[in-house]
Design a protein around this ligand. Structure first.
Ligand code: ADP
Length: 480
């Protein structure tokens, strides 16, 4: 099969969030399964190629806002996995991702590049990701192209709204965009909604989230539109990269221990510890580095994630921290975002600096030390389309304590490789943390078994890639 994977970020060329990781790893796994998959993204000014050689393969003109714009297509091989990558350059719209104009321009340029055969590749399927690519299915239809489309929704909360003038800029008649009355009233085009309506099939990043978004509670205002697509809406859980080149391999941690039962084994470069010993040493290092009381026996729980107050459960985490006995447990928080919430957590930690460490930065190195050193990973998200943090934590033997929702529910087995709580409340979170600490301190055998289970849970991408290939096959079978 020939698939074009359209994304607005791609690790390591440009990474802004979780989609960058998916765009790096999913196409690589589909390629491994023997399909011709290629990635396309905007050629932002900020992209750093390192040693990767880029080739200018074509150039064409495109109408946008009634003017002729120059579009150049470059091709590189992905530095880690050799998936061919196309980059679309235009200095007026794609140098910097400013607003929805960038994405509208990008969508049109992708469609024109296919129409004008500027990619040296004619895809049978276009795999769109999130609202940035939401206008592609509509533009394909308007140009009478029969290329099949899949839209993956990574997070329904981000929909990309723009004034109706975007349609004029694209040269699209208002009547073609199938706008809804409420949108006409507020004079908006919703990029994601356009994608949902016009894509042949849609998927989200976990089976549970695919069901949840059909409800008013999780539907982010578009549940009724999604309900109209029932039968064409699927859920596939993301994976994490687990190979040697993965960001989560032994080579990146101070005291390597992943998947290792026997102390003293040596790898080429470093001593490898048994997981019990490795975890303890990383925990002590973490406590020292963050100036917490150094004691490997104090239960240490962590939170890593964006400070997005409507999603990540900061309110219930904060309430719980105000109640618990901070002489008996420690907390490490790593995240950036909402400044009000940063301030609240900062204030709390200023009273208990030996028990609560707050770190409002994006720091992958510190994140890895936390994954390796913490006993528990708290993931109190109100909703979570997939979530990678629980998967990464489990790989490090750090047991997740999470709200039973979306991808958290689909990846954590309660009391087996982590803990889930039903009700979104600080009391449920606290109760579950206390239960987990009780097992850690009172039943070592059970706790070790859970850690072992967590470390051996398979979250590799190849499992997800197979499910995506099935979806691609469905698309080409003519069922949709
Ligand atoms: P989302 O995509 O909603 O941000 P995910 O759980 O899917 O949440 O992915 C978050 C990823 O970003 C994880 O790999 C996590 O380790 C990483 N991450 C989040 N915040 C930070 C931070 N402040 N520093 C380092 N890594 C972070």
């Amino acid at each position: 099969m020939k698939i074009l994977f359209v994304t607005w970020e791609l690790d390591p060329l440009i990474k802004l969030g979780g989609l960058g990781d998916v765009a790096r790893t999913l196409p690589a796994s589909v390629l491994d399964l023997g399909h011709d998959i290629r990635t396309i993204l905007p050629f932002y000014k900020a992209i750093r190629f390192g040693k990767t050689k880029k080739k200018n393969i074509s150039i064409f003109e495109m109408d946008f806002v009634g003017k002729k714009e120059k579009v150049e297509i470059f091709q590189v091989l992905h530095p880690y996995n050799h998936v061919p990558v196309y980059l679309v350059r235009n200095k007026n719209y794609l140098d910097v991702a400013k607003n929805t104009d960038t994405f509208a321009f990008f969508c049109k340029a992708v469609v024109e590049a296919i129409m004008k055969e500027k990619l040296s590749f004619t895809p049978e399927i276009i795999h769109c990701n999130d609202y940035h690519t939401g206008l592609i299915p509509l533009l394909l239809k308007l140009n009478n192209l029969s290329t099949k489309t899949l839209l993956t929704i990574h997070n329904l909360a981000y929909q990309g709204r723009s004034g109706l003038d975007i349609l004029e800029k694209l040269g699209v008649e208002k009547s073609n965009a199938r706008l809804f009355k409420w949108e006409i009233k507020s004079k908006q085009v919703n990029f994601l909604v356009e994608g949902i309506i016009h894509a042949d099939i849609i998927n989200t990043v976990s089976p549970s989230y695919a069901k949840e978004i059909l409800t008013e509670e999780y539907g982010a205002g578009v549940d009724d539109i999604l309900r109209g697509k029932e039968g064409r809406l699927f859920g596939i859980l993301n994976g994490i990269e687990v190979g040697l080149r993965s960001r989560h391999s032994n080579s990146f941690i101070a005291y390597p221990y992943l998947n290792n039962d026997i102390a003293g084994t040596t790898s080429k470069h470093k001593k490898i510890f048994s997981w019990q010993e490795g975890k303890k040493l990383n925990k002590i290092l973490l406590q020292k580095r963050l100036k917490l009381t150094v004691n490997p026996n104090i239960p240490l729980s962590a939170f890593i994630g964006r400070f997005a107050s409507s999603q990540k459960g900061l309110d219930i985490l904060h309430r719980m921290l105000r109640r618990v006995n901070l002489n008996k447990m420690q907390f490490v928080i790593l995240g950036t975002g909402d400044k009000d919430w940063e301030e609240r957590f900062q204030w709390l930690s200023s009273f208990y600096p030996k028990s609560i460490s707050t770190n409002f930065v994006f720091d992958e190195k510190l994140a890895r030390l936390i994954y390796a050193g913490a006993d528990f990973m708290l993931i109190p998200s109100k909703f979570e389309p997939c979530g990678l943090i629980q998967m990464v934590a489990m790989r490090y033997g750090t047991l997740p304590i999470a709200h039973k929702t979306g991808g958290l529910k689909d990846s954590i087995k309660d009391n087996v490789n982590g803990f889930l709580f039903d009700k979104y409340s600080s009391y449920s979170l606290e109760h579950t943390l206390n239960k987990a600490i009780g097992i850690k301190t009172g039943d070592k055998e059970r706790f070790d078994k859970m850690m072992r289970e967590a470390m051996s849970t398979d979250f590799s991408w190849i499992r997800s890639a197979r499910e995506y290939v099935e979806l691609y096959q469905k698309l080409l079978s003519g069922q949709y």
